[in-house]
Ligand binder design. Sequence first.
Ligand code: ZN
Length: 188
Amino acid sequence: MRIFINPGHALGGDPDPGCINPALTLRECDLALTYGSLCGKYLEAAGLEVKLLQSHNLYGEAPGYPCVVDEANNWPADIFLSIHVNAGGGRGAETYCYDLQGAGGRLARAIQNQLVKTLSPFDPDYKDRGVKAHPSFCVLRNTTMPAVLIETGFIDSEDVNLLTRHGDDIARSIARGVTDYANFLVRA
Ligand SMILES: [Zn+2]
């Protein structure tokens, strides 16, 4: 099984670092790359094939950069993961899919469950914000395989302690969600 990992926003933060926490000099692009790289290692250790691409070009809008959706569709990947960090002062994780009823919805629930189960013991205020359909997200709309966009936590709330100290747990949870989903497919 082939897993395509897309850490959100531009590699190196240029030109788009995603959300930032200026007081802590934290950038979403860096956190997402850390989680994505670690997650890829766990998935490879579980015997899955992994490709990772962080790029300013999601679907042809910046042709000077490699295109995330095209790379995933052409590989072709079996699962697409876009990893992000939220902003706006809330708490907890939320995972988006194209369609709650489809395979992407099942994958999203598997990942969301693992994230909340793993991180909430460290901080009970890390909330389960749920799985949500968001068919207009470019990476969910244009990919041809089950795809999810994971918001791991908020860069500008108390979540930041989890985001900075538990990156390995975040990565491992996402990987476990993927293997939960893959095991379901094998059993089904
Ligand atoms: Zn983002």
